[in-house]
Design a protein. Structure first.
Lengths: 315, 293
């Protein structure tokens, strides 16, 4: 019936083979559907299970004196005190400080690198720069941490007169170097994604290169640039080894970038080995882990909302 | 040495699996199980692999023993785990890096402890520290105030010293040396939150060498092994020398014991004797004070 309405020339090429293969294809389609659904459930299920598990294990931490407020804002981290107290104010403040500092330092530079690589550099140089960035992004964090430990710490101690070189600033500095290639390469990708005809038509109106970059390329690439920053942020917030080595790993609440601190990741890394399962410390560490997840989600949502607002205003 | 230990673990694990299936009484298959304190673990597992390498079969240890391969299985788990495992028979020898509690003594009944060494915690700094030249000893009170963060500058400790910050180095809360300091001196007081927590004794040693403003606590043997780079301070006039640690006048120390329930069998006795003779060099090299010299 359907074949009647289709131009005669197409019947043989389109419909007949399709009909012949239909039975076989239905089963392979079904199998594909089932397998991909299975993997989707496995992936998201595992993720959901981890989140739920951490949340469930974190809940008992609220039972200590002071509840949520005590855990987040009031209590100090004193596992050896009588009674022990497990407050994580110093940890999340350190995490936020280190992350903010690293992004503040890395993002402008990374955007500059991306603009240069994508818009200004001659093709040969561009072909060289991009693999370099990707290579830098692949260096393990412990290498950066070690590099910072043997260069930055003595520099801070000998040249800036700090009693101990370990501080939030040192961790932020190294973290910014670690984050830089991530943000830069993703941002370059985003800039390269802007269609060439947009650029060319802008140039055709006789404006300067900077004008094109500022008003056409950057604006068009904004969603991708936001994604680049979020990627850098996630990397910075989740980094553990380098900040453990450089932030000082001290449980005092930091007040300035020159103070010592202990980001959430470093706290968990330091204490989890000695925390007995189901002990108060264990639950407090789980709560710290949950908080890290919550912070990541909240920041991501904020950036997403910001992106939407900016886009609706510009486009 | 590390490879040897690893090999030992692999072999031990395989044997542990075998042991589950066999119903032989302990030590009948030539296997000796040791477990407990993680402080003692490196010393004892090194001694164990040296012992196995030296003798290979038990009849070479003593002619009256059977010709079975020497296999010694060493695990960590902590001192309390060591006592518990000796009690229920999962290990032949327990490693306990503290004195036995009264309750443990009564539930053990007849038992033997062997002091293989002592872990003395020395208050130490770089030899270039501002107070290294003038200060010879600290009182217990001064140490407490120092680590509690109440004495923040060298000038507050001794007036003539420069007003530079005292950088405190500590181990994480679970470390044995922290336990000793906390129990013997700090009591209820907490170590200053500004202190840098280092993940291992080795990291602390390096930081202490590199940062001239730092003060920390570290196994006394590591100070004497530092070739003068570090200086340890006497506590209430008592220096952490091996003599003072062994005769108990130096307070910041804890015993490193091997524990056997009832009377040790021939295997256990042979190994304990080995640790108390040739094994003492290993105890010494790890920075602890050997019980015998």
């Amino acid at each position: 019936m359907v074949a009647m309405t289709v131009p005669a020339g197409n019947t043989s090429t389109l419909l007949s083979p399709a009909r012949v293969a239909w039975r076989g294809r239905r089963w392979s389609d079904l199998a594909l559907w089932a397998v991909s659904l299975g993997f989707m459930l496995l992936g998201t299920g595992a993720l959901l299970l981890i989140v739920l598990y951490v949340a469930a294990e974190a809940l008992p931490a609220l039972k200590q004196a002071g509840g949520l407020k005590g855990l987040l804002f009031v209590l100090p981290w004193e596992p050896l005190a009588e009674p022990p107290s497990y407050g994580i104010l110093h940890a999340w403040l350190s995490s936020l400080l280190v992350t903010a500092l690293s992004l503040l330092l890395a993002v402008p530079v990374a955007l500059g690198v991306a603009i240069f690589t994508s818009e200004i550099a001659p093709p040969l140089l561009r072909g060289l720069l991009r693999p370099c960035m990707e290579l830098l992004a692949g260096i393990p964090s412990v290498v950066y941490g070690f590099f910072g430990y043997v260069t930055l710490i003595p520099l801070f101690e000998n040249s800036f007169g700090l009693a101990a070189g370990e501080c939030i600033l040192a961790a932020g500095l190294i973290l910014s170097v670690m984050v830089l290639p991530f943000v830069a390469s993703t941002a370059t990708e985003a800039l390269r994604g802007v269609p060439g005809n947009l650029r060319e038509s802008a140039y055709a109106t006789g404006v300067t290169r900077w004008h094109v970059i500022q008003h056409v390329v950057l604006r068009q690439a904004a969603p991708g640039l936001f994604a680049a920053i979020v990627l850098g942020l996630a990397r910075a917030l989740g980094e553990a080894l380098a900040v453990l080595m450089l932030a000082g790993n001290a449980t005092a609440v930091p007040h300035s970038p020159m103070d010592r601190g202990q980001p959430i990741t470093a706290l968990i890394l330091t204490e989890l080995g000695e925390a007995g399962v189901d002990s108060d410390k264990y639950h407090a560490l789980m709560a710290a882990g949950l908080l890290l997840m919550v912070i990541t989600v909240v920041i991501n949502l904020t950036v997403l909302a910001l992106k939407r607002r900016m886009l609706s205003r510009h486009v | 040495m590390i490879n040897m230990t690893r090999w030992l673990f692999i072999k031990a694990t395989a044997l542990a699996l075998l042991a589950i299936t066999s119903t032989h009484a302990l030590a009948e298959d030539g296997v000796l199980r040791v477990g407990g304190s993680t402080t003692l673990l490196p010393a004892i597992s090194t001694a164990a692999s040296d012992f196995m390498e030296k003798y290979k079969t038990w009849n070479k240890v003593a002619p009256n023993l059977p010709e079975k391969p020497v296999i010694i299985f060493v695990t960590g788990g902590g001192s309390s785990f060591g006592v518990k495992s000796v009690l229920n028979g999962t290990v032949n020898i327990g490693m306990v890096s503290r004195d036995l509690k009264d309750k443990e003594v009564s539930s053990l009944g007849q038992h033997q402890t062997y002091l293989v060494g002592k872990d003395a915690v020395a208050i130490a700094s770089s030899a270039k520290n501002p107070m290294a030249a003038t200060v010879k000893q600290l009182s217990g009170d001064e140490v407490v105030r120092l680590f509690a963060g109440e004495t923040a500058y060298y000038s507050e400790l001794v007036k003539k010293l420069p007003k530079r910050e005292i950088v405190l180095l500590t181990r994480d809360a679970g470390a044995g040396s922290t336990e000793v300091l906390q129990e013997v001196l700090m009591k209820g007081k907490q170590i200053s939150p500004k202190a840098l927590q280092l993940p291992s004794q080795g990291a602390l040693l390096q930081k202490l060498k590199n940062n001239t403003l730092a003060i920390g606590y570290i196994s006394s043997g590591l100070v004497s092994q530092s070739d003068g780079a570090l200086k340890s301070y006497a506590l209430d006039g008592v220096s952490p020398s091996n003599e003072n640690v062994l005769n108990g006048t130096y307070k910041l120390a804890r015993p490193l014991n091997l524990l056997v329930k009832d009377v040790p069998d021939a295997y256990a006795k042979a190994f304990v004797d080995y640790v108390l003779s040739d094994g003492q060099a290993v105890v010494d090299s790890l920075g602890y004070v050997p019980a015998k010299r």
